[in-house]
Structures are given as structure tokens and as C-alpha cells.
Design a protein around this ligand. Structure first.
Ligand code: UD1
Length: 422
């Protein structure tokens, strides 16, 4: 098993370019099968989740290749509507194929993605939305079969602004007959990116980024070339890493407007942030201040995907902070690991009470999920002594060679690969 080894205590400094957004690239790659021909997606990050998605596209009959940061998908031969359980279990985002396969082939067979380390993660809102568009849904144990001779527009009100459900419904509705409105839609920037991609293929969608999205179904979509937005969670992770190491880091090719709530929280913690177009400088000269209360909730509020990372900063802050997690019920797995590094955190239901300590200490810890893993990397960078992080395949799902990114900013970090035994 590979591990990350970190020698803590070195301030990060220098400039780094932010790679493309995983959470935008995954639904966009899934949506590419809705057009027949060759689609080129630029600024795609080289992540294990992206490779799983490319594997799924190939299993459906596509040719799909990542060269540099460009993906080309040739979709002429899409014929397969069954997504094997082995691929579903590797990545929850395989459910993004539901809307596109219904649109392209009128049928999709897949499996419940199931729960995961951060919560139950149901897909009832995806299924309700697709049913409202005219899909017939059968559930046999963990298998789900959706069929539709023809999808039609509908007025859909989501009980909760689910990111994935909003995206699946948008994709299915893009080629449905008539108008669809999604009320209480999720407003994340990745949804705007999906809208822009679908429109570049000829769809007629407006409203993404607001809570009402209107989709006028079109007869067919055509291939295009499209560039993915920068990854706001990778940017936020690096901002927090710069802050906890009292560093001075410049992020390039970033979209500051997507990070408003994170910037606000970091400024409250005393971090200096200056913005110039798509360049952002993050500088911290002293110990962070506590932040009375941070509540994670859907965009534009503070993102659940930065909750674990900000907790590291608050663990080192001067004073007591409270973090309330409202999106995923099981997202405090990093607390035990941070406590092993000397953090003083008490969890009560979905709130964490964090009493800042002057320093964290290196330890051997385990990444329990993607963002928890990123938090442990940040903790290791700030800690006194060395930290070993295990189960780092979780981190590779969302950060393109995190050790190279951080080493380029002066961090003492490297990956160890076990020597094979005979
Ligand atoms: C996406 C992101 C993930 C991020 C999350 C919230 C991708 C690939 N992943 O995940 O990184 O943490 O948004 O910002 O974009 N829910 C239901 N029923 C459903 C769907 C969701 O109850 O049918 C619940 C979930 O259990 C969860 C909440 O809604 O408690 C939010 O989930 P959702 O917004 O759907 O997140 P994802 O799309 O899975």
C-alpha cells in the first residue's frame, strides 16, 4: 500500500496552477455520450475517479482517452446500457450515466451505489426526477432498471437541492420532448459548467447557478470541444494548507467567485487574501483566529467538501470554534485521526467543538475518505515531526499527485511505494 510521508513545519511558498474540477468533469464526461461523434474535453484532471469514468465509457462502447489534460471520447458505437456492479462499486459518480443512457439508448441498468464513508447517500431524488420525465423504474434488490421509449418534459420540485440529482435530471431532460423546470435545484458552479457543456452541444438550458433551471428539450445533441472549470475544492485545500503553515502561496487559474464563502471564513481567521482576476494570493503571518461558527450547506454556503480541511486550521487557532455539518451525516471520520495528532475536538451529533491547540504532532494516521485524507495532509504539513498517511488511494480520487503539488511549494512530502515481495 502506498503512503504519504510528511515532514511538517515548513511554510508553503510559491505559485501553483489549479487543475480542472473533478466534480465538473465527471458529469460532463458522462453527458458526452448524448451526442454521436467525437467530443473533446479540456482541462481534465488526471485522477483515479476520472480513469474509472473513462473505463465505464469504454464498457459502454466508447473510445475514451486522456492525453495530457485533454480527453477525447468517440461515442458512435455506444450500445451497452448495463453498468457492471464492479464499476458501480468503484465510484458513486457512475450514477451520472443514468440520464445520458436513458437519453441515448432509452434504457439503463445499474446498481445502487450504496452508502459510503461519509453517509447514507440515497439516490431517491435522482429516481423521482427521472420517473417524472417518464422513465419506468424497476428495483430488483440492488439492481435498478430504467427504461423510457420517450422522455417528456415535467415540472420537478426537488425536496433537497441535490447536486447529482439536479445534474441527472438536466441531462435526461436535455433531449426530452417539451419543457422541464427544476425547482429547488442545486446551485453549485459544477452545475453551471454542465449547463454550458450541454448548451455547447446544442441543448437549450437556462438558470443553472440559480434555484430554478429551465430545459427546453431538443431533438439531438452534437459533438463539441469544451474546457472544464478550475477545481474550487483543490484551490480551497491549498488555501488552507498555505494558512496553517503560515505560508505565502499564489494560486493561478483559479475562480475566486466560486470560493466566496471559503475566502470569507479564512479572512475571519486572520488570513490575508488578495485577488487579481484568476490569480489569488494567500498569506498568513500569525496563528489563525478561531471562527465562532461554520455551517456547511449547499452552495453558495461553506462547502462540505472543505469541512475536514478547515477543521485542521481551527484545531490550530487561538480560541474555540464550532463546525456544524448539515450535508452528510457521517463526515467527522477525520476527527479521531486529528485527535491522534493532538487536536482537541469534541463531536456532538452533527456539530464539532474545536478548542485550538498551539501545535499538532506527527503520527501515523489513516485517510478514511477523500477530503478527510486531504485534511490529514494539511495537518501533517503543519505538525511538528513526521506524519505517515495510509489508505491514500482516497486522496488520489480528487487531487492530481498531491505530493508533487505540495513539494513544488516547498513542503517536505513524498510518496512511498511498497517493494513487491515474491
Ligand atoms: C456532490 C459532490 C460531492 C459533494 C456533494 C455536496 C460530485 C461528483 N460530488 O455529491 O463532492 O460533497 O455534492 O456538495 O459532484 N441525497 C438524498 N437523495 C438523493 C440525493 C442526495 O437524500 O437522491 C442527500 C445525500 O444523502 C446527502 C445530500 O442529499 O445527504 C447531498 O447530496 P448531493 O448534493 O446529491 O451530493 P452528491 O451529488 O452525491
Amino acid at each position: 500500500m502506498e503512503k504519504l510521508v510528511i515532514e511538517g513545519g515548513k511554510p508553503l511558498s510559491g505559485a501553483i496552477r489549479i487543475h480542472g474540477a473533478k466534480n465538473a468533469a465527471l458529469p460532463i464526461l458522462a453527458a458526452s455520450i448524448m451526442a454521436e461523434g467525437t467530443i473533446t474535453i479540456e482541462n481534465v484532471p488526471d485522477l483515479s475517479d476520472i480513469h474509472v469514468m473513462l473505463g465505464i465509457l469504454r464498457a459502454l462502447g466508447c473510445r475514451a482517452e486522456l492525453v495530457g489534460d485533454n480527453v477525447t471520447v468517440s461515442t458512435n458505437a455506444v450500445h451497452q446500457f448495463h453498468i457492471p456492479e464492479s464499476l458501480m462499486s468503484q465510484m458513486r459518480s457512475s450514477i451520472f450515466l443514468m440520464g445520458p443512457l436513458l437519453s441515448r439508448l432509452g434504457r439503463v441498468e445499474l446498481y445502487q451505489p450504496g452508502g459510503c464513508a461519509i453517509g447514507e447517500r440515497k439516490i431517491d431524488l435522482h429516481l423521482q426526477g427521472l420517473a417524472a420525465l417518464g422513465a419506468h423504474i424497476e428495483e430488483n434488490g440492488s439492481q435498478i432498471v430504467c427504461t423510457a421509449n420517450e422522455l417528456h418534459g415535467a415540472e420537478i420540485v426537488l425536496d433537497y437541492p441535490s447536486v447529482g440529482a439536479t445534474e441527472n435530471i438536466m441531462m435526461a431532460a436535455a433531449t426530452a420532448r417539451g419543457m422541464t423546470t427544476i425547482t429547488n435545484a442545486a446551485r453549485e458552479p459544477e452545475i453551471q459548467d454542465l449547463q454550458n457543456f450541454l448548451n455547447a452541444m446544442g441543448a437549450r438550458i437556462i438558470g443553472a447557478g440559480t434555484d430554478t433551471i429551465t430545459i427546453e428539450g431538443v431533438a439531438e445533441l452534437i459533438p463539441c470541444t469544451y474546457r472544464i472549470i478550475p477545481d474550487r475544492i483543490v484551490a480551497g485545500t491549498l488555501m488552507i494548507a498555505a494558512a496553517v503553515t503560515r505560508g505565502n502561496v499564489t494560486l493561478e487559474k483559479v475562480c475566486p467567485a466560486h470560493l466566496t464563502s471559503a475566502i470569507h471564513v479564512l479572512k475571519r481567521a486572520g488570513v490575508q487574501i488578495t485577488i487579481n482576476g484568476d490569480i489569488m494570493n494567500v498569506c498568513a503571518l500569525s496563528r489563525p483566529k478561531s471562527v465562532e461558527r461554520i455551517v456547511t450547506s449547499p452552495y453558495p454556503s461553506f462547502p462540505t467538501d472543505l469541512q475536514s480541511q478547515i477543521m485542521v486550521l481551527l484545531s490550530l487557532a487561538d480560541g474555540v470554534s464550532i463546525v456544524k455539518e448539515t450535508v452528510f451525516e457521517g463526515r467527522f471520520k477525520h476527527v479521531d485521526e486529528l485527535s491522534r495528532m493532538g487536536a482537541d475536538i469534541r463531536v456532538d451529533l452533527n456539530s464539532a467543538y474545536i478548542r485550538g491547540v498551539p501545535r499538532l504532532y506527527g503520527a501515523t494516521v489513516e485517510a478514511t475518505d477523500l477530503r478527510a485524507g486531504a485534511a490529514l495532509v494539511i495537518a501533517g504539513l503543519a505538525a511538528q515531526g513526521s506524519t505517515v498517511i495510509e489508505q491514500i488511494h482516497h486522496i488520489d480520487r480528487g487531487y492530481d499527485r498531491i505530493e508533487l503539488m505540495l513539494a513544488s511549494l516547498g513542503a517536505g512530502i513524498h510518496r512511498t511505494t511498497p517493494v513487491p515481495t515474491e
